[in-house]
Design a protein around this ligand. Sequence first.
Ligand SMILES: CC(=O)N[C@H](C=O)[C@@H](O)[C@H](O)[C@H](O)COP(=O)(O)O
Length: 234
Amino acid sequence: MGKKDIIEKIKGGLIVSCQALEDEPLHSSFIMKKMAKAAMLGGAVAIRANGYEDIKEIKSEVNLPIIGLIKKKYDGFLPYITPTIQEVDKIVQAGADIVAIDATKLEKPGQLTTGELFQQIKIKYPNILMMADISTYEEGIKAYKLGFDLVSTTLSGYTDYSTKINGPDFDLIERLSKDIDIPLIGEGKIQTPEQTVMALKFGAYAIVVGGAITRPQEITKRFVSYIKRSDALL
Ligand SMILES: CC(=O)N[C@H](C=O)[C@@H](O)[C@H](O)[C@H](O)COP(=O)(O)O
């Protein structure tokens, strides 16, 4: 599928993030592959996945575009979503269609800025679609100017200087989508179909939902805490 076709295919749709880290109960490429298949059967337009094995496995069974990332922590540096070109190499080898990287203002391993890493990637992989995971309006504008293909609100609330809200950052979605000419993806803390539609109404081009679909421990917790908060009604 060409770059334009991929962008066109995800328009207005639901992208399901299928991720389970080492410390999560569903950590397994087999399980992520099945999660992704379930998402595809449910009508997802693309999958977001973490790690070489997961991306490769999902690719073998799910015929949807894959947004690939590798979460890796480097001592002394905060960015953990695809922080260096080594992770990009793996993501491309695994067959991802879009590569997501941390595009915040935080310094990456090797003292690189987002702009410098972006240049390295563009030289090595001129044809890969690049998604910028940002945490603020300014970072989104910067990523757009650098030449990213898509910007996602993934990291809003996850850097120490971004807005902390207990839910999707609709304000960021609205402001950014108005001011950039590339798709703005609404991602992060979207938990209901209603919030998904709201994010699209606020200008998101497509939506990524993760935990609310693919992290049963989070879903269970929400049910349980709701029961606890409703104790007085029982
Ligand atoms: C902040 C961070 O590391 N986000 C990660 C990015 O890939 C994932 O853990 C999230 O599940 C994904 O962004 C979707 O968000 P939510 O699970 O809230 O729907």
